[in-house]
Design a protein around this ligand. Structure first.
Ligand SMILES: O=C(O)COP(=O)(O)O
Ligand SMILES: [Mg+2]
Length: 231
């Protein structure tokens, strides 16, 4: 693989506690009780607007109603998330080691997340992994976001590689759907927010419990391809 494109939330970082803190700061502003982490988890992966809409809907608030100022609420949510960006967020086990192993093999890497772009570089920097990535796209970097293939195709073009030379790594069906639509290979991580339920709907080529299993899997794939070429 020439380029590995990583999803962020649920794949590289466990940002659920901070996203929940931001959601619940919003709920408090709207006189609603906090939402539990396991309720919020499946709402992550389709972008911040969708996450906020789900939280309002959970408490019976129609954020699409004509008299509801969703843009004002979204702006408040962005302020809360900026305040909670790196409070409790951590790298998943094995991420640092896997990125180091891939970088040492000369693999180029990028991040494609639906999280708003302004948060992505500060978060990667705080986690100590920013230097690994040659490009980063957020959910508002382009007119279309995952599951649309546009950001993945944009990254392939940016690096000057074909889609057949790209691997997407993600935790949700939106990652799988985007990769399939782009014509890229895709593997899933089971520990994130989509999990087996998402992968049953949109099956990746392989599913792993740790990113550390990806470099040896890639090596085996390379071996298989080489063997196939010999025959
Ligand atoms: O939905 C989000 O805001 C982020 O999601 P992603 O990093 O999993 O794309
Ligand atoms: Mg994700």
């Amino acid at each position: 693989m020439q380029l590995i494109i990583f999803d962020l939330d649920g794949t590289l970082v466990d940002s659920l506690p901070d996203l929940v803190n931001a959601v619940n700061a919003m709920m408090a502003e709207h006189q609603r009780p906090p939402v539990a982490r396991d309720v919020v988890a499946p709402w992550i992966g389709r972008g911040s607007r969708w996450l906020l809409q789900q939280a309002f809907a959970h408490h019976g608030i129609d954020s699409g109603a004509p008299d509801f100022d969703f843009e004002a609420a979204f702006a408040r949510f962005m302020v809360h998330y900026a305040n909670h960006l790196i409070g409790e967020t951590v790298l998943y086990p094995g991420v640092a080691a896997a990125l180091a192993a891939l970088a040492s093999q000369g693999t180029r890497m990028a991040v494609c997340t639906n999280k708003p772009e302004r948060f992505v570089a500060p978060l990667l920097r705080a986690m100590g992994i920013e230097p690994y990535f040659g490009a980063v796209l957020g959910g508002d970097s382009l007119p279309l976001r995952k599951p649309d293939p546009a950001p993945l195709l944009h990254l392939a073009r940016h690096f000057g590689v074909s889609v057949g030379q790209c691997l997407m790594v993600g935790d949700s069906r939106h990652d799988v759907d985007a990769a399939r639509a782009a014509g890229m290979s895709v593997v899933g991580v089971r520990y994130g927010y989509g999990g087996d339920a998402d992968f049953a709907q949109s099956p990746p080529d392989a599913v792993f419990d740790s990113l550390e299993l990806i470099p040896p899997w890639l090596a085996r794939q390379g071996l298989h391809l080489a063997t196939a070429r010999l025959h």
